[in-house]
Design a protein around this ligand. Structure first.
Ligand SMILES: Cc1cc2nc3c(=O)[nH]c(=O)nc-3n(C[C@H](O)[C@H](O)[C@H](O)COP(=O)(O)O)c2cc1C
Length: 217
């Protein structure tokens, strides 16, 4: 698939078929993703792939943690968000509303519980960063994440980055025996999109470039 086509078509998938993804296919996706650039070619990312019964166990543990602690998807700000950004989030949720209505789903429950269950995806990829790196290396993790979701789309699968679960890092760490020096930065739900679910057709919009760019000439 043409790269520009993949960039234009890709979307976050929030309903998956349960069909397992062969390990070789996940390896192919990761092998392409790790061609991403990184500072000094440090390739600081570490992947943990969870599937099958272990993925179900992880989902159950996250749902339990979510119901106990009730931490939801949020912009996770360190100070009040400039209005412009808040509006973008609200606009996206607003545009999703008709889809939730069609599914008779509560938006908060669908997104939060759905995220904790990786929207039913058969595989999850956790991307970790060793704590000896500075936060600057989160840039590299973001790049490999971008590659991963695009490659997944290009090979006919669907993906959704899931940041919410990092709020429940303790539970993930316990369940998967992740050492204390590895930070779980982001996870990605991976599988075949369920196109029978209305939410799979949802495509988010973008603000026009002139709101995001300052030309210095
Ligand atoms: C770092 C990051 C964390 C995200 N976390 C979640 C999440 O926890 N749950 C979810 O449903 N979507 C999550 N998303 C998906 C975003 O909501 C999605 O990328 C955004 O709305 C734009 O839509 P698109 O990916 O379909 O273009 C996350 C995306 C990124 C990049």
């Amino acid at each position: 698939m043409d790269l520009i086509e993949a960039i234009k078509e890709r979307r976050s998938i929030r309903a998956f078929k349960p069909d397992p993804i062969p390990r070789e296919k996940i390896e192919d996706i990761l092998n392409l993703s790790l061609l991403a650039p990184s500072a000094i070619n440090l390739q600081p990312w570490e992947f943990i792939v969870v599937s099958g019964e272990e993925k179900e166990r992880l989902s159950r543990s996250l749902i339990k943690a979510y119901r106990e602690k009730n931490i939801s998807c949020s912009p996770d700000t360190v100070k009040p968000l400039p209005k412009m950004f808040g509006k973008r989030g609200a606009k996206t949720l607003g545009a999703m509303k008709p889809f939730f209505k069609e599914m008779e789903a509560d938006p908060g429950q669908f997104i939060n519980e759905g995220s904790c269950q990786f929207y039913g995806a058969p595989a999850v990829i956790l991307i970790c960063l060793d704590d000896s790196f500075s936060k600057a290396r989160l840039t590299d993790i973001g790049i490999v994440l971008g590659y991963l979701v695009l490659v997944a789309h290009a090979v006919g699968l669907g993906a959704c980055p899931i940041g919410l679960i990092t709020a429940y890092e303790e539970e993930i760490r316990d369940m998967l025996n992740i050492p204390a020096n590895k930070e779980v930065v982001i996870s990605v739900a991976l599988g075949s999109p369920d196109w029978t679910s209305p939410i799979t057709s949802f495509k988010s919009s973008r603000e026009p470039l002139d709101k995001m760019v300052k030309w210095v000439e």
